[in-house]
Design a protein around this ligand. Structure first.
Ligand code: GLU
Length: 296
């Protein structure tokens, strides 16, 4: 029985997927598939300096290995420049954009970091300068000035900004449920503002806790120890999925489990609010490929 839910996983191929990225994919897949919905894959490779095709291909292979297939064609942001340009032109025609040539150091010197998370809120330095080059910013309404500031929609070197591309793509792909880490929660006001300006229907935004190391830092692609290149050598996909299901509270005890078995037990109510600490270099429960759990 299908529903109208369309979810998506939108990774940036800047390195090998790690356990935290797998958790994001798994929760988003379960959110869509537990109600018979559609789950799409979009590779967010607009930043040509940081993204590599090779990482994207590994990511695709890792998702299939984990048992998380997507629906339809893979969408590549690097192929959608013309679309982003059309929407940027629309913003410009509305008189909402302007160029800015402030450097990061200018901003650090002139603005106070955001209280909640240390982000720098742009103080509007170039708003009325009428510059003809530089990064392109969008004028936000007064209610967003203190918390978000006029944000960048196209970088100085022409690279499309995440905020612009993500909204256009989610809307055009018909995404109804955006599931991602709580580190992206601060982007919601900017994105909702763009949804309103473009007249798009807003999705539901759902944020999950992050996986952190024991010092409380979230896992990142630089920490190689929990990336799939290493995990795939030591564990079966069911062991990785079973471990994540256990740590996110979807099941009470650890056992190897396939993604489909989680469809019936998935519920957002079970997911903890706080971040999830991961100890050490490997999954604490290592049953290994010859485990009895799997042969029974
Ligand atoms: N591409 C972003 C990332 O990998 C995620 C974007 C999103 O889910 O909105 O962090």
């Amino acid at each position: 029985m299908g529903t109208d839910i369309t979810g998506r996983f939108a990774p940036s191929p800047t390195g090998r997927m790690h356990l935290g990225n797998v958790m994001c994919a798994l929760l988003s897949w379960l959110d869509a598939k537990s109600t018979g919905g559609v789950w799409r894959l979009r590779i967010e490779d607009i930043d040509r300096q940081r993204c590599k095709r090779e990482y994207a291909m590994q990511l695709i292979d890792d998702l299939l290995w984990l048992g998380l297939p997507w629906d339809g064609e893979v969408v590549w942001q690097s192929e959608r420049s013309e679309i982003y340009q059309q929407y940027l032109d629309y913003l410009t025609d509305l008189g909402l954009t302007y160029h800015c040539n402030c450097t990061r150091n200018d901003l650090l010197a002139s603005s106070a970091p955001h209280e909640a998370d240390g982000r720098i809120v742009y103080p509007g330095t170039c708003r009325d300068k009428g510059l003809s080059e530089g990064a392109v910013r969008i004028r936000v309404p007064e209610r967003l000035e203190a918390t978000n500031g006029d944000f960048i929609v196209q970088r100085r070197d022409g690279t499309w900004a995440y905020q612009l591309a993500v909204v256009i793509d989610d809307a055009l792909m018909g995404i109804t449920h955006v599931v991602r880490g709580r580190d992206l929660k601060t982007s919601v006001p900017q994105q909702e503002f763009l949804y309103d300006v473009f007249g798009f229907c807003k999705p539901k935004f759902l944020h999950h806790p992050l996986l952190c190391n024991m010092t409380g830092q979230r896992l990142c692609k630089r920490d190689r120890s929990l990336d799939l290149g290493i995990l795939r050598k030591k564990y079966l996909p069911e062991e990785i999925i079973g471990y994540l299901a256990y740590r996110t509270g979807l099941v009470r005890d650890y056992s190897a489990i396939g993604v489909k078995e989680l469809l019936d037990v998935f519920s957002w109510c079970k997911i903890p609010d706080g971040d999830i600490m991961i100890d050490g270099d490997c999954l604490p429960v290592s049953v290994g490929p010859s485990s009895e759990n799997l042969s029974s």
